[in-house]
Design a binder for this molecule. Structure first.
Ligand code: ADP
Ligand code: ASP
Ligand code: MG
Length: 423
């Protein structure tokens, strides 16, 4: 039987009629090349942002179920239009919503997780010779409501479908040529990475490299899906995300990533008693807030209270406040304050596991730029620093230069581990 390919087109790649037709032509080319084709489409251009703004105009805290009914329409629009364009090219295409495609999720509206993919209808359509177009970013919950998968979720739709139909490859077509050593919008001379390991891509995605949604990378690793992230505007190969065993020896540092969408919450005077932290973070988990870094200071002068800070995505701040407000009085916490203007810069590289001195170089590089580090967290292959949001671009450029990650720097193999004198 012919091989199957899943092709996912992001918002910029279907933003106007001309681009949508170009995506249709690329889909048709794959089909004419003898492959069974499933294409996943995102909402066009800024459509999802516009739908969010529309909801906020009529309601300060839109009901999550209704929000999902609204947000899911953007990708349906793209799919139906693309099917029309494909049909005009003389091929048969059928567009499906996430629900029709058999994507079953849990019930957490606006950030639902895929539980199962019942792909019979897709398989039947492929067997019948059709091209199948699936609306990205959405599914149907176990209580039969429409759900969405969190911002950037069409990547996860594509990977989940690739696993379900046992595709040879899941191609993610986007507005950059692949995964780079930093966001090319901030560092124009960033280097395109021909391959990146799952381990590194997970850390990159979780620290802000939105080129692939974190869950799509997790799903691909668990289900053994091959991801090829590439440009929708050229035929050049992009970046392959591979298992650790398939990648060659990697440089010390692979990429600098960033996020400008962080908020910091500080709780002053938290009673220093067993169980209190558990109650705070259980409340946040139940409110579906993704807590990232956590710092607790030593008990202050009275010996019975400590201060605690943590970060959440800025979008989760209202939910975090709502979850914590009742606890502040209930537990006798002295005050809650929040700073929504935080950012984060991280360096990721599998090579740093066995190399001391990388953290020192990160801190001195930021210090030389007079950038204050407010919080730090590390994993074996990542160092993240929370800094002021407005200083993020400067920090990214400085770290990218200090670790010599640019195109011209890596020409000719750099000796493994050579990062500069203070490392
Ligand atoms: P799509 O709409 O195709 O899903 P996204 O906007 O979600 O595209 O992701 C692509 C964007 O990710 C790029 O335009 C780029 O600005 C950003 N990005 C951030 N970090 C990286 C990186 N390390 N490599 C490539 N792109 C990155
Ligand atoms: N349209 C959705 C978003 O803007 C999903 C996606 O593009 O992947 O987040
Ligand atoms: Mg995306």
């Amino acid at each position: 039987m012919a091989g199957t390919v899943v092709m996912k087109f992001g918002g910029t790649s279907v933003a106007d009629a001309e681009r949508l037709k170009r995506a249709a032509a690329r889909i048709v080319r794959a089909k004419e090349g003898g492959r069974r084709v499933v294409a996943v489409l995102s909402a066009r251009g800024q459509t999802t942002d516009e739908l969010v703004a529309m909801a906020e105009e009529v309601s300060p805290h839109p009901d999550p179920r209704e929000m999902d009914m609204l947000l899911s329409t953007g990708e349906r629009m793209s799919c139906a239009l693309c099917a029309m364009a494909i049909n005009d090219l003389g091929h048969r295409a059928i567009s499906l919503t996430g629900s029709q495609a058999g994507i079953v999720t849990d019930t957490s509206h606006t950030k639902a997780r895929i539980l199962d993919v019942r792909a019979d209808r897709i398989r039947e359509a492929l067997d019948g010779g059709a091209i199948v177009l699936v609306a990205g970013f959405q599914g149907v919950s176990t209580s039969r409501d429409v759900t969405t998968l969190g911002r950037g979720g069409s990547d996860t739709t594509a990977v989940a479908l690739a696993a379900a139909v046992q595709a040879e490859v899941c191609e993610i077509y986007t507005d950059v040529a692949g995964v780079f050593s930093a966001d090319p919008r901030i560092v124009p001379r960033a280097r395109k990475l021909p391959v990146v390991s799952f381990e590194e891509m997970l850390e990159m995605a979780s620290s802000g490299a939105k080129v692939l949604q974190l869950r799509s990378v997790e799903y691909a690793r668990t289900h053994g899906v091959r991801i090829h992230c590439r440009s929708s505007f050229t035929d050049q190969p992009g970046t392959l995300v591979l298992g650790e065993g398939e990648t060659m020896e990697r440089p010390l540092i692979t990429a600098v990533t960033h996020s400008t969408e962080e908020a910091r919450v500080t709780l002053l005077g938290v009673p220093d008693e067993p169980g209190v932290a558990g109650r705070i973070f259980t409340a946040l988990a139940e409110a579906n807030c993704n807590v990232d870094m956590i710092i607790q200071n030593e008990p202050v002068s009275d010996g019975h209270h400590a201060d605690m800070s943590f970060t959440v995505p800025r979008a989760d701040l209202p939910a975090a406040r709502a979850a914590l407000d009742p606890l502040v009085s209930g537990l006798g916490i002295k005050a809650l304050s929040a700073d929504p203007e935080m950012g984060k810069v991280s360096i990721v590289g599998a090579g740093m596991k066995s190399h001391p001195g990388v953290a020192a170089q990160v801190f001195s590089t930021l210090g030389a730029e007079r950038i204050n580090i407010e919080m730090i967290s590390t994993s074996p292959i990542k160092i993240s620093c929370v800094i002021r949001g407005e200083q993020v671009p400067q920090a990214v450029r400085a770290l990218h230069a200090a670790f010599e990650l640019g195109d011209e720097d890596v020409q000719g193999e750099r000796p493994f581990g050579a990062v500069g004198s203070s490392a």
